[in-house]
Design a protein around this ligand. Structure first.
Ligand code: PSU
Ligand code: MN
Length: 314
């Protein structure tokens, strides 16, 4: 029997502030919600999410935190909704393949980078800030665990600002995969791709750019020439919160063996590893994560503003 379902119009709701900003061609920055529901513990998750919104506004752009609330794809959440997401226990972690499920069952789901890119594009947003994107996991030759983030980044005209792929990944393999998919990896004021908790990874970027305006220019040139697809902007975290790479490798090692021992895999793996690293680092990894997300929001706001200015003068 057919379930009593949602009417067939799109379950997409863009809040007033974001709608107005898009109409007026102002800078808009999408923010994901998996960091809130699964990536950080309470109350660091709420504090960081609200701070990101504040920083984006301070930089004359409009934030649009994205999530699925009771089956509606929401672009732009208010403070109460962010708090609900941060406190609710059974929030689905939605990648692309979970969106239709969450909508049809009227569930509440956080959106990962992959699902946030999709929703941002539905709304017409071109710039998105996160902490670290997903990528090719260590040991992928056995598990085939490669984040959907890479596919959506490659398939959509979007700029994702991050502090590099998450350090728990196989970074050289992730960089190769991004090259295959034709995604520019921009080093913001760096020649080396940062590694989330560390400023360096030993892996190069495709181009270094030192100004938000240069990134906006690249966006326009790329997309106006029919070169479809995303650009990854990698922004090294500030020196004072960066962790030494030897230390990071040690705590990743511990987290990975614990995941192995407990048989954690699939979409539970990344949240599990982040939580284990927080324990093993005495909270230092979480401190770094909080700061880097906010810095990415700041840079994304500047890029969004510059891009809006360029598009405005077309
Ligand atoms: N950045 C963070 N913390 C996070 C994430 C990003 O600082 O938790 C989330 C993003 O939503 C990203 C997801 O898409 O981790 C990756 O999950 P997976 O490896 O299962 O694709
Ligand atoms: Mn995965």
């Amino acid at each position: 029997m057919q379930k009593e379902g949602r009417p067939m119009e799109k379950a997409l709701r863009i809040n007033k502030e974001v709608q107005r900003a898009l109409k007026e061609k102002r800078g808009v920055v999408a923010l994901e919600s998996t960091i809130i529901a699964h990536g950080m513990p309470y109350p660091a998750n709420i504090e960081t999410a609200l701070e990101c919104e504040r920083i984006i506004r301070e930089n004359n752009a409009v934030p649009a935190t994205i999530a699925i609330m009771d089956g509606i794809i929401r672009v732009g959440l208010d403070e109460d909704e962010i708090r609900t997401l941060a406190k609710t226990e059974d929030v689905i972690k939605a990648g692309k393949r979970d969106i239709a499920h969450a909508v049809s069952e009227r569930r509440t789901a956080s959106t990962t980078v992959s699902a946030t890119i999709i929703a941002a594009k539905m709304a017409g947003i071109a710039v998105f800030a996160t902490g670290g994107i997903g990528g090719v996991h260590r040991g992928f030759d056995k598990t085939l665990d490669v984040s959907r983030d890479l596919e959506e980044l490659a398939a959509n005209d979007i700029v994702v600002v991050c502090a590099g792929p998450k350090a728990i990944l196989d970074l050289p393999a992730t960089a190769e995969c991004l090259e295959t998919k034709g995604v520019e990896v921009i080093g913001f004021r760096t020649d080396e791709m940062p590694a989330f908790y560390c400023r360096k990874s030993g892996v190069g970027v495709s181009q270094r750019l030192d100004d938000a305006a240069d990134i906006a220019h690249l966006m326009r040139v790329k997309w106006s020439h029919g070169l479809a697809g995303g650009i990854l902007v990698t922004n090294p975290l500030p020196k004072d919160v960066a962790l030494p790479s030897g230390f990071v490798e040690r705590i990743i090692g511990k987290a990975l063996s614990e995941a192995d021992r407990q048989g954690v895999s699939g979409k539970a793996l990344t949240p599990f590893l982040l939580a284990e690293m927080k324990k093993a680092s005495d909270g230092k990894s979480l401190e770094a994560n909080k700061v880097l997300v906010k810095e990415n929001a700041r840079l994304a706001a500047k890029i969004a503003r510059e891009y809006a200015r360029l598009v405005h003068t077309d």
